[in-house]
Design a protein around this ligand. Structure first.
Ligand SMILES: C[S@@+](CC[C@H](N)C(=O)[O-])C[C@H]1O[C@@H](n2cnc3c(N)ncnc32)[C@H](O)[C@@H]1O
Length: 229
């Protein structure tokens, strides 16, 4: 520990370490930004899951929806189809490379009502929204609990949130597949041990859940959703 670090309080140290982790995550996903869409096209199934994650929000025309860690903007068409031209998508991502791709998509498709915000979801000022969707991101966001708190805070009363992600396979043959899945997650800056639906339940009182066993080939896919009281 150097002289400067000795002067830091525990809180300062936690903030510095979170920033460092944030920088690492941002550069990792920026490097992957060109490969992201082709990779998902190759895997194929993501459209079916996204469509479900958006459908449980029961969005209405004219509403504002938050796309948490939006990546290259693969949710935009699903969201805009529901909120219509009078509605708005607020899309946040920490990786400039991902957000550049999202911007290209919005320009190419003529999406005028998508607002792109660069930054850490736990730091960026999130405007009040009617609903929020988080696809394949809770597994990636380092301090995902803090992120969930901030997202729920940004929801208007009665607003909905849906979280879609990978999870370990419960029961047999999870013992065989889960170690491989966990190792893959570690290699790709992701954490497979998270259970955001538990945090959401504490915050919202009740959460619905659907699971596709083996939906992620080596893992399951889950969708958890709920409503802010
Ligand atoms: C697996 S990608 C998913 C992208 C997109 N949601 C999708 O469905 O295609 C994870 C995304 O989370 C973003 N991310 C990770 N930590 C973040 C944070 N703290 N704040 C905002 N975005 C974050 C990454 O930059 C990356 O774009």
């Amino acid at each position: 520990m150097d002289e400067y670090e000795e002067d830091l309080t525990e809180r300062d140290r936690a903030i510095t370490s979170a920033r460092h982790r944030g920088d690492e995550i941002a550069s990792y996903w920026s490097r992957l930004s060109r490969a992201w869409d082709p990779m998902l096209r190759f895997v194929g199934l993501h459209r079916k899951y996204r469509s479900e994650a958006v459908s449980v929000l029961r969005l209405k025309r004219g509403e504002t929806v938050l796309d948490v860690a939006c990546g290259t903007g693969l949710n935009f068409s699903f969201l805009l189809q529901r909120v219509g031209p009078q509605g708005r998508v607020v899309a946040i991502d920490i990786a400039r490379g991902m957000l550049d791709k999202a911007k290209e998509r919005a320009e190419r498709e003529g999406y005028r009502n998508v607002e792109l915000l660069l930054g850490d979801i736990t730091q960026v000022k999130i405007p009040p929204v009617d609903s929020a969707v988080a696809c394949w991101s809770m597994i990636s966001i380092p301090n995902y609990r803090e992120a969930l708190v901030r997202i729920v805070e940004s929801l208007r009363p009665g607003g909905r949130i849906s979280v879609l992600d990978f999870k370990v396979i419960d029961g047999f043959p999870g013992q065989i597949f889960n170690p491989v899945f966990r190792a893959m997650c570690r290699l790709t800056h992701q954490d497979a041990s998270r259970e955001p639906w538990v945090d959401l339940e504490q915050m919202l009182g009740a959460v619905k859940m659907r699971e596709w066993r083996f939906g992620g080939f080596l893992s399951s896919v889950y969708l958890a959703w709920g409503k802010k009281p």
